[in-house]
Design a protein around this ligand. Structure first.
Ligand SMILES: C[S@@+](CC[C@H](N)C(=O)[O-])C[C@H]1O[C@@H](n2cnc3c(N)ncnc32)[C@H](O)[C@@H]1O
Length: 438
C-alpha cells in the first residue's frame, strides 16, 4: 500500500479533499493510505504555539523546528522512514516527471506544509530530503501544494486508475501536451467536433491526436517542444502539414448564417465559378453545363423561395447553400436502393465553399446549419445527392452522418453525366411542430 503522511496546521481541510472521489475510493480499496497530522499536537507548551519571531528581525513568524521534528519523528517511528518533502517556493518546480519518480521509487512520502514566513532551516537540514515548489508564486501555506503533489503521485500508483492508458496518454507523460477532447453532442453552439474523430477510423484518430499534440506543444510550450525527438518519418510528415497549415490564413472571426439577398448575387456567382473550376480540375462532370450552373436565375429563384442561405466570415461570404422543403420529383425514381422512409424531408441542393475558405470547417458548419434548419422546418430527414467522382462532397456527407441509398438522375445539358449518388440522414433532434416554427 502506498502511504502519504501530511504534516499541517489544517489537517481536516487537507484530509477532506484527499478522501474524495478517485483517491477516496483507492483508500477504501487499500491501495493508498493518506494520513494528516496536526503539527500543534506536538508542542510542549500549553498554548499549543508552534511559531515564533524570526531571528534577525523582520515580518511575521516562523514555524519552530521542534514541533515539526516531534511530529515527523512520530510518523517515522510509527510507519517507518519516508521520503520527506518540504513544500516551498524555494524548491524545484514540480513536474509530471517528479510525480512518476515519487510514485515509482518511494512507497512512503512525508509532506511538510509550512505556514507564516516558512519553517526553521534546521528542521529542513536535519529531516528533509527534497524541497518542491508548485510554481513561481507564493501561497499562504503548503497545504495546496501538498494536496497537488499527493494527488499527482497517487493517481500513478498501480490500480488507482482503471487503466495505465488513462495517464499514459495525458499531457506531460511523454513531453507533449494533450490533444483537444470532445464529447457529445456532435455540434454545440454551432461548433462541430473535428471530422477526423467521427469516422470511426482508429488510425485516423491516432494520427489526428498526435498532430494536435504537436501543434499545441509547439504553440504553447516551445520549451517542451525543443526537447522532443521528432525524427520519425511520421512526425516529420505531421510537422510539414502543420507548417503548411500555419502558413494558411485561418478563420479570424466566428462564422454566421443568414438568408442570401440580391446584393449577394455577384459573390454567389463568383463562388459558383470557383467551384465549377475546382470540379473540372478534379475530373468531376458536375456543374459543367454550358450556361454555368448554378447561374443567376437559379440563385434568384432560390432567394425568392427563401431557400438560399450564406455562411459569412465577417463581411465576406464563405459559402452558400440551398435547402428546400419542396418535394423533389427526381428522388422518387431512385434505383439500386431505396429511401428509408416516406416521411417528408428537406433537400440540400446547390452548395459550395469559396476559395480561401477550404479546409477550415466551413462545409461542416454548413451541414450543421442545414440539419438545424431542417428540424426547424418540421422535417426529420435530410437528403442530398452528388456525383460519383465528387469525393469531397461524399466525404462531407458521410462524416456528417449521411448514408448512401441509391442512384438518382438530375437535369443536365446533353452530353453531361446525369447520374448522382443519393444520400440521406435521419436527424437526432426533435422537429419543430407547426406552432413552434418561426
Ligand atoms: C507565505 S509562504 C512563505 C514564503 C517564504 N517566506 C518565501 O519567501 O520563500 C508560507 C508557506 O507556504 C508554502 N508555499 C508558499 N508558496 C509555495 C509554493 N510556490 N510551492 C510550495 N509551497 C509553497 C510553503 O510551505 C511556505 O512555508
Amino acid at each position: 500500500m502506498y502511504r502519504i503522511d501530511i504534516m499541517t496546521l489544517f489537517p481536516d481541510t487537507v484530509g477532506d479533499v484527499l478522501s474524495e472521489s478517485i483517491l477516496g475510493r483507492a483508500q477504501e480499496r487499500d491501495l493508498l493510505r493518506i494520513d494528516t497530522h496536526q503539527i500543534r499536537d506536538y508542542t510542549l507548551n500549553k498554548q499549543k504555539q508552534v511559531d515564533d519571531y524570526p531571528y534577525g528581525g523582520g515580518h511575521g513568524a516562523v514555524l519552530q523546528a521542534d514541533p515539526l521534528y516531534q511530529c515527523w519523528k512520530h510518523i517515522t517511528d510509527t510507519h517507518g522512514p519516508g521520503r520527506t518533502i518540504y513544500l516551498s517556493p524555494c524548491g524545484k518546480t514540480f513536474t509530471q516527471g517528479d510525480a512518476r519518480r515519487l510514485a515509482a521509487d518511494h512507497g512512503h512520502l512525508i509532506l511538510v506544509c509550512g505556514h507564516y514566513e516558512g519553517i526553521d532551516q534546521r528542521f529542513i537540514d536535519e529531516c528533509v530530503d527534497e524541497e518542491i515548489s508548485l510554481g513561481d508564486f507564493v501561497l499562504t501555506g503548503g497545504e495546496i501544494a501538498a494536496m497537488a503533489v499527493a494527488d499527482a503521485v497517487c493517481r500513478l500508483v498501480p490500480g488507482v486508475l482503471s487503466d495505465p492508458a488513462c495517464f499514459e496518454n495525458e499531457s506531460h507523460w511523454d513531453g507533449l501536451l494533450e490533444y483537444p477532447q470532445y464529447s457529445r453532442p456532435e455540434v454545440w453552439h454551432g461548433r462541430a467536433v473535428p471530422k477526423q474523430l467521427l469516422a470511426g477510423n482508429h488510425s485516423q484518430v491516432e494520427r489526428w491526436r498526435r498532430k494536435e499534440q504537436l501543434r499545441r506543444t509547439r504553440q504553447r510550450r516551445p520549451d517542451l517542444f525543443a526537447r522532443l525527438d521528432l525524427s520519425s518519418k511520421e512526425d516529420q510528415k505531421l510537422l510539414a502539414e502543420l507548417d503548411w497549415e500555419d502558413s494558411r490564413p485561418a478563420l479570424t472571426q466566428p462564422l454566421t448564417i443568414r438568408p442570401a439577398t440580391p446584393e449577394d448575387l455577384p459573390r454567389l456567382l463568383a463562388i459558383a465559378a470557383q467551384a465549377q473550376a475546382r470540379l473540372r480540375r478534379h475530373g468531376v462532370d458536375q456543374w459543367q453545363d454550358a450556361g454555368g450552373y448554378p447561374g443567376r436565375a437559379d440563385f434568384q429563384a432560390d432567394m425568392a423561395r427563401g431557400e438560399c442561405h450564406v455562411i459569412c466570415h465577417g463581411g465576406d461570404i464563405a459559402a452558400f447553400f440551398t435547402l428546400s422543403a419542396a418535394h423533389e420529383a427526381g428522388y422518387d425514381a431512385i434505383t439500386d436502393g431505396k429511401w428509408s422512409s416516406d416521411e417528408p424531408y428537406a433537400v440540400l441542393h446547390r452548395c459550395a465553399v469559396a476559395d480561401g475558405f477550404q479546409g477550415l470547417g466551413v462545409a461542416d458548419r454548413m451541414v450543421a446549419e442545414c440539419k438545424a434548419l431542417t428540424l426547424a422546418m418540421g422535417r426529420r430527414w435530410l437528403r442530398a445527392d452528388t456525383h460519383k467522382k465528387n469525393r469531397t462532397m461524399q466525404n462531407l456527407l458521410r462524416r456528417s452522418g449521411f448514408q448512401y441509398r441509391g442512384n438518382v438522375l438530375v437535369d443536365t445539358d446533353p452530353g453531361h453525366d446525369p447520374r448522382r449518388l443519393a444520400f440521406e440522414v435521419r436527424l437526432a433532434g426533435k422537429p419543430l411542430t407547426g406552432e413552434e416554427r418561426p
